[in-house]
Design a protein around this ligand. Structure first.
Ligand code: NAD
Length: 252
């Protein structure tokens, strides 16, 4: 019997006791958000995100950050979850996956209804004052910037920054949880990441079994038991339909 790559992935998910999904910018390109490294469309072709989205620029030249890097964040605001985000939320609901570690800051797993999300690079729901810690909704910061209030300052005089992890920031506590679950999971599925950004790219090395679903090459291709060079929506739609079919057959 010849199995398709999707059937193979479906059976690995059904066999696994604890499956963790690690997502990157590639899962959101089909929602209209450019990733960093896709040739032709990746943000890297237009600017250097390691500079534009760095603590160096944010703290030393906040006006430059709010005039340039901040626009990358606001450009993601109107995107909607695509089938890949929605299927992962359903898979969590049905106990097929335990959670999602995401490098994305775009809120799309959250909007799709996923619950156990470890947003290791932060998100664009809130920001805070670096002096007194006061929380600000991202929309408030966005509005102030839109009206020329650059850089936006808190009533205490401190700089307000988004709750996004920039190059130069420490990772949030949820990264420790992501590390722990990656070390104990049976299966990790990477979806839409080049795995070039550390330290998140250490996580696939901790998992017992590894599947990579990515349209381009990744740093861990050689380590993956299954390498699926498909679009995230195509792969996840196929895998989920096969799992549903298997479950329906089991019932009848
Ligand atoms: P990356 O740009 O380095 O890699 C994305 C990978 O996804 C590429 O290898 C590409 O071939 C693949 N890809 C693109 N579209 C795909 C699709 N539809 N289906 C399957 N694969 C697809 O992204 P990364 O590894 O996440 O690392 C970049 C960093 O950029 C992360 O830290 C992340 O925080 C940040 N980022 C986030 C967003 C977002 O929140 N949506 C967008 C851009 C960058």
């Amino acid at each position: 019997m010849v199995y398709t790559i999707f059937e193979r992935i479906a059976s690995m998910i059904l066999e696994s006791r604890l499956t963790l999904v690690l997502t990157g910018a590639g899962i959101s390109t089909e929602s209209g958000i450019p990733d960093f490294r896709s040739p032709g469309t990746g943000l890297w072709e237009k600017l250097d995100p390691m500079e534009a989205l760095s603590t160096d620029v944010l703290y030393n030249d906040p006006a430059k950050f709010y005039n340039e890097g901040f626009k990358i964040l606001t450009s993601m605001k109107n995107a909607k979850p695509n089938d890949a985000h929605i299927i992962l939320a359903k898979m969590e609901d049905e106990g097929l996956i335990s959670g999602i570690v995401t490098q994305n800051i775009d809120n799309l797993h959250f909007e799709a209804g996923s619950k156990n999300i470890m947003e290791v690079h932060g998100h664009i729901r809130y920001g805070h004052c670096i002096k007194c810690g006061k929380t600000y909704a991202f929309e408030i910061i966005e509005n102030r910037v839109l009206h020329g209030d650059i850089p936006p300052l808190c009533l205490c005089g401190g700089l307000i920054r988004p709750d996004v992890i920039f190059f130069g920031d420490n990772l949030p506590d949820c990264f420790n949880k992501a590390w722990e679950i990656s070390s104990t999971c049976d299966l990790m599925i990477v979806v839409g990441s080049s795995l070039q950004v550390g330290p998140v790219n250490y996580l696939p090395g901790l998992a017992k079994r590894l599947i990579i679903i990515n349209s381009g090459e990744t740093m861990y291709d050689g380590k993956a038991e299954v390498l699926c060079r498909e679009l995230a929506t195509t792969a996840l739609n196929n895998i989920y339909n096969i799992i549903r079919e298997i479950k329906a057959n089991e019932k009848s």
